[in-house]
Write a protein that binds this ligand. Structure first.
Ligand code: KG4
Ligand code: ZN
Length: 333
C-alpha cells in the first residue's frame, strides 16, 4: 500500500509518501517545510501567518514528495491528512487540499489524528512491538500516556492537567531569553549547566495516577530566576539544566510507574520533546531496568512531519471526503 501523508497542524508544511509492504514501513519521501524563521520574531507560532504560509507551500511540498518518491498520483492508494488537534486556520489548509486531491485523483481519504501520528511514528522503526505497550507522547501541545493492547486498541491513561511538556520547555526558554523554539535551545544550553544547581519541584510524581503537571515547575523557574541578584551565562545554563532534569525526572518516573502498573512489554517515546537527548537516554535506561523493550524514533520523526501521519493513516479507515472536518480539539480515541 502507498499512502500520501499531509500535515499542516502547526508551523510545518509537510508531505510524505509511505510504502507499507508485508507489515514493514518504507519512507519513500518526507518533505518538511519549516516556518520557524517566520514565527521566531514573534516568540511563538502566529496562526494567521502559519495558514498563509501553508497555502503557499502545500502544493510544492506535495509535488516534491511525489517526485522524490518517484510515485505518480495514480500510484497512491490513499491520502491521509491531519484533521486535528492543532491550529484551526492551519489544519484547514491540509484538510481542504487533501479533499480536493482525493476528489480529483479519486482516492480514499483518511482523517488522521496528529497525536496518533506521533504514536504510530514508532512503527516506522520496523521493530517488534509487544503488548501491552505504553506510549508517552510529549509534544508542544500535549503530554499523554497511551496504553495499547493491540496496534489499534488505544486508551489514554494519563495526561497533563495544565501545560504540555514542550510548552514548558518553550516558556522557560522564553524566560531565559533563548528564543523560539525553546526545546532545542534549552537542551543545548543545559549541556554546559549543572543540573543539581537548583532544586526544582517534580510535580505529581508521588500522586496515585498517571497525570502530569508542568505549570508549577515553570513558575518555580521564574520565581528562582527573579530572586537571583545577577544572571550570567553560567547561571542561565544551570537554570536550563536543572529545569530539564526536573522535567525529565517527572516524565521518566511517571512513565515507568505506568509501565509497571500495566505490565507493559514495550515502551515508546514520541512527539517533539522526544527529540530531547537527556529524555531519550534516561527513559531508555529506566525501561531497560524493568526489562521492557524501548522504542524511540529518530529525531526527524519525533518532530512534526507527514511520514507519521501516513503511518497513522495505515491503521485508520477511509471516510467520505464530504465528512472530512478539521477539529482543533480532536482527542485520542
Ligand atoms: O511534536 P512537535 O514537533 O509539535 C507539536 O505537535 O506540538 O513538538 C514541538 C515541541 C516544542 O515545544 C519544542 O520546543 C519541543 O517539541 N522540542 C524539544 C526538543 N526539540 C523540540 N523539547 C525538548 N528538547 C528538544 N531537543
Ligand atoms: Zn506534533
Amino acid at each position: 500500500m502507498i499512502i500520501l501523508g499531509i500535515e499542516t497542524s502547526c508551523d510545518e508544511t509537510a508531505a510524505s509518501v509511505l510504502k507499507i509492504e508485508r507489515g514493514r514501513f518504507f519512507i519513500l519521501s518526507s518533505i518538511v517545510s519549516s516556518q520557524i524563521d517566520i514565527h521566531r520574531p514573534y516568540g511563538g507560532v502566529v496562526p494567521e501567518l502559519a495558514a498563509r504560509n501553508h497555502i503557499i507551500n502545500i502544493l510544492p511540498v506535495i509535488n516534491q514528495a511525489l517526485t522524490k518518491a518517484k510515485v505518480k498520483p495514480a500510484g497512491i492508494d490513499r491520502i491521509a491528512t491531519t484533521t486535528g488537534p492543532g491550529l484551526i486556520t492551519a489544519l484547514l489548509i491540509g484538510v481542504e487540499t487533501a479533499r480536493v486531491l482525493a476528489q480529483q485523483w479519486q482516492k480514499p481519504i483518511i482523517a488522521t489524528n496528529h497525536l496518533k501520528g506521533h504514536l504510530y511514528s514508532s512503527w516506522l522503526e520496523n521493530k517488534p512491538i509487544r503488548y501491552p505497550a505504553l506510549c508517552l507522547i510529549v509534544s508542544g501541545g500535549h503530554t499523554e500516556l497511551i496504553l495499547m493492547k493491540s496496534s489499534q486498541s488505544l486508551k489514554k491513561i494519563g495526561a497533563t492537567l495544565d501545560d504540555a511538556a514542550g510548552e514548558s520547555f518553550d516558556k522557560v526558554a522564553q524566560m531565559l531569553g533563548l528564543g523560539y523554539p525553546g526545546g532545542p535551545a534549552i537542551s543545548k544550553l543545559a549541556k554546559t549547566g549543572n543540573a543539581a544547581a537548583f532544586k526544582f519541584p517534580r510535580p505529581m510524581v508521588n500522586e496515585p495516577n498517571f497525570n502530569f503537571s508542568f505549570a508549577g515547575l515553570k513558575t518555580a523557574v521564574l520565581y528562582t530566576k527573579n530572586k537571583l541578584p545577577k544572571i550570567d551565562q553560567q547561571t542561565k545554563a544551570d537554570l536550563a539544566a536543572s529545569f530539564q532534569q526536573a522535567a525529565t525526572d517527572v516524565l521518566v518516573q511517571k512513565t515507568i510507574k505506568a509501565a509497571q502498573h500495566y505490565k507493559a512489554k514495550t515502551v515508546m517515546l514520541t512527539g517533539g520533546v522526544a527529540a530531547n537527548r537527556q529524555l531519550r537516554v534516561e527513559l531508555g535506561q529506566a525501561v531497560g531496568k524493568i526489562k521492557a523493550s524501548f522504542i524511540v524514533p529518530p529525531i526527524k520523526l519525533c518532530t512534526d512531519n507527514a511520514a507519521i501521519i501516513a503511518a497513522a493513516g495505515y491503521f485508520a479507515k477511509p471516510s467520505p471526503w464530504q465528512k472530512l472536518t478539521a477539529d482543533p480539539n480532536l482527542e485520542i480515541r
